[in-house]
Structure formats: C-alpha cells, structure tokens
Ligand binder design. Structure first.
Ligand code: HEC
Length: 309
C-alpha cells in the first residue's frame, strides 16, 4: 500500500516537471520566434539531376565517366585530391593499362616521397597504385591558398552531402550575383570579399571560385556532347558518383539477384507448406471438426469449462 503511494507520488512529480518544462518552452517560443536569416530565406535545395547510374537498375555511362574524369583532371585536381581512388581504378572507366600508366606518369601534381640518399622530403612522378594526390603540401598551405577554407577531398563527396551528385552539380552551376533583396534585408549577409555567392551552399557564400566558367574550358573527344558548363558539371558529378562507389553496379546486380532469390524462396516455401499440411488438413476435414457449426459448439463447451484460447 505504502509502496503504491510512493510510486504514485513519483509519477505525479514526473508529470508535474514535464508540464512545467512544456509551459516554459511554449512561452519562450511564443515570446521570441526563430529569427529570420538569409540562409533561411535564400538557401536552395539541389536542382534535379538524372544520371544513368540512378535507380535499382542503374548502370554507369562509361563515356560520361571518362568526360567527367577529364574535367576533374583538367580543372578540379588543381585544388581537390581523391585520396581513396587510385590511378589503376581508371581501368573501370575503360582505359587500357598503358593509358593508365601514361595518365599517372603525366599527372601535373607529383607524389610526396623521401630522397633515399639524403632523407630529405622530395616528390616523384605518380604510378598507377598511387591515389590522386593532394595538390597542397598540408592543410596550412591549402588554407593559405583558399581564403582560409579547405578544399575537401572529393572521394566521398557525393555520399557526404545531402543530394549527392545533384548537390555537386548544383554547386558547380549555381554561382550567381547576390540578390539585391538579400543585401537589403540582411546587410550583414553581404558576400565578403574573396567568397562567392552560391545559394546551393549551406551558408550561401563559398570559398571556391567558380571552377567552370565557360563552354569549351575542357575539350571533349569527337563524338561527345558539346562541353557546355552544364554538361561539364553533369559529367564531373557522374564521375564523382563513380569515385564514391565504383562497385555500384555490382550492388545493383546482387540486389536484383537477391530479390529474385527471395521471391522464388517464398513461392517454394508456400508450396512446401501446402504439401506438408495437406494430409493433416484432409484428416481434420474428414472428422468434421472444421465445420462452422461444430466449431461454435466446441467453443461454447470450452467457455463453460473455463478453458480460454
Ligand atoms: C581554386 C581551387 C578550387 C578548384 C579549381 C575547385 N575547387 Fe572545389 N572547393 C575549393 C574550396 C576552397 C572549397 C571549400 C569551400 C568552402 O568551404 O567554402 C571547395 C569545395 C568544394 C565542394 C564542397 C562543398 C561543400 O559542401 O563542402 C565541392 C563538391 C567541390 N568543391 C567540387 C569541385 C569540383 C567538382 C571542381 C572541379 C570542377 C572543383 N571543386 C574545383 C576549391 C576549388
């Protein structure tokens, strides 16, 4: 009895505290509604981007990946590494062994190493087993060159950002003049010197200067679409999807195989169930126990004897 009373008291105390905190939260919310901010009003969600690798049956468009790699190589690699992707992974995009060797050998950024004779830091040409190197010696150097911001490694960027490839594509094509309305309403949010207005970036001002500015910045091999800014942005985004998940096609393929396997398994399971219980059911039916009238009778008998279930 006493225990019940104490437990009840604890319950009432708990409910009381909850009510108090609810009331206090409500009053703060009503007295000071969330502040309007430039981000709140002007930030945009990624544009729509359809790639061949989308959906459960998606496959990479190798031609597009090669174009995207070319954009990475000629534009983005000046600032961004791909430290989880090796040159030899380019075989996947359809490059031959010799081509991969040549690409690594001619890479504009050399790989850090140590001079075996003097022990001094040195650099050497890349080889196929190297990953795409960081153009900066370290973080300090990277920040010094980029308005104190760090160009992130792009290996997993399409996995790391909401919107994935569409986000990258939107950032690359989203640079614009800062709307006059924004500056009028939020003077403090004016783009500082050295940054660039981009409504697809979380805080609207990005340290990356627009990397793709003019059509034909990269020359595509004959037979490819014209290298407009939009096309280059789409291609490099597709390439970064591959960089983040080179085995995407295997995943799709095994996913489909597993679903088919489970469907067949379900049908077989159902047929086995029918087979195993066929005899038992036939017998029960023969006794008439499943007849609705008999069922009702036996239920009544059970109720009378106090057996439940
Ligand atoms: C001049 C150097 C430079 C070049 C060239 C460059 N970037 Fe960047 N990039 C940066 C810097 C610096 C940042 C960090 C910006 C920030 O945090 O404000 C960045 C950030 C990014 C981000 C991440 C945004 C985020 O959400 O954090 C992506 C994606 C990106 N760059 C893609 C690219 C692609 C693709 C290319 C090639 C077409 C490219 N960049 C070329 C310097 C560069």
């Amino acid at each position: 009895m006493l225990l019940r009373f104490i437990l009840g008291l604890i319950g009432v105390g708990f409910a009381f505290i909850l009510t108090i905190s609810l009331i206090s939260d409500l009053t703060t919310f009503l007295s000071s509604p969330p502040e309007e901010s430039a981000e709140h009003e002007f930030h945009k969600h990624p544009k729509h981007l359809a790639l061949a690798s989308d959906g459960p049956f998606g496959k990479f468009d190798r031609q597009q990946l090669q174009r995207g790699f070319q954009v990475y190589k000629e534009v983005c690699a000046a600032c961004h590494s791909l430290n989880l992707v090796a040159f030899r992974n380019l075989h996947d995009l359809g490059y031959e062994e010799a081509e991969v060797k040549a690409i690594a050998n001619q890479w504009q950024i050399e790989v850090p190493t140590v001079n075996p004779e003097t022990g001094e830091p040195a650099t050497r040409k890349a080889i196929p087993s190297d990953t795409f190197p960081d153009p900066y010696a370290n973080e300090t150097a990277a920040r010094a060159a980029n308005n104190n911001m760090l160009p992130p490694d792009l290996s997993l960027i399409t996995k790391a950002r909401e919107g994935g490839a569409a986000y990258t594509y939107s950032i690359l094509t989203g640079y614009q003049r800062q709307p006059a309305k924004l500056v009028r309403e939020f003077p403090a949010a004016k783009t500082p010197p050295g940054l660039h207005y981009n409504p697809y970036f979380a805080n609207l001002n990005i340290a990356m200067p627009p990397p793709l500015t003019s059509a034909g910045q990269v020359t595509y091999a004959p037979g490819n679409p014209a290298p407009t800014v939009d096309q280059m942005a789409e291609d490099v985004s597709a390439f970064l999807v591959w960089a983040a998940e080179p085995k995407l096609e295997n995943r799709h393929r095994s996913g489909i195989a597993v679903v088919i396997f489970l469907l067949v398994g379900t049908v077989l399971g159902y047929l086995a169930y029918r087979q195993i219980w066929a005899e038992a059911k036939r017998k029960v039916r023969a006794t008439g126990a499943l007849d609705p009238k008999n069922l009702a009778k036996s239920r009544r008998a059970k109720a009378k004897s106090g057996v439940t279930g």
